[in-house]
Design a protein around this ligand. Structure first.
Ligand code: ZN
Ligand code: ZN
Ligand code: ZN
Length: 138
């Protein structure tokens, strides 16, 4: 697995302490994190604005993608290697566990193609499946 410093380099992001720490927070988890989750982990060291800016630049550079959740908050998850600053390719299903509340990427499960009526253009597809995750099922 790649470390935070080399991932930043791959995405043409200058290596700052805040970026390394935020990225490591994601690398250490297998589920999507909200701004406040990151803040809870790193809040002693960085203020809200720094964390917010770091998350935004990670989205722009193809390191993180937004994960749809039903509670109105925004969560972020690590992208796979196919994403860069030109295009995100996170067309996979997201799974929310109703037991532990974690949302994870099911990278190997692509979102089914949606065929829109004539005259419609697609900009984004979100697919959230809810249930009980493997960990909670034991
Ligand atoms: Zn992406
Ligand atoms: Zn669970
Ligand atoms: Zn995802």
């Amino acid at each position: 697995m790649k470390n935070a410093v080399s991932i930043l380099k791959d995405h043409q992001l200058r290596n700052t302490e805040a970026r390394v720490d935020v990225l490591n927070t994601f690398l250490g988890q297998h589920h999507a994190l909200s701004h406040s989750d990151v803040e809870k982990t790193l809040g002693e060291q960085y203020d809200r604005v720094t964390i917010y800016r770091t998350l935004t630049s990670f989205m722009e550079k193809g390191l993180l993608h937004k994960v749809p959740v039903d509670d109105g908050s925004t969560r972020y998850a690590l992208c796979n290697d196919h994403c860069d600053d030109h295009q995100h390719e996170d067309n996979h299903i997201h799974f929310k566990c109703t037991s532990c509340g974690n949302t994870e990427c099911l990278d190997e499960l692509p979102i089914p193609q949606v065929k829109l009526p004539n005259g419609y253009t697609l900009t984004e597809t979100n697919f959230l499946v809810q249930g009980v995750c493997g960990k909670c099922n034991g």
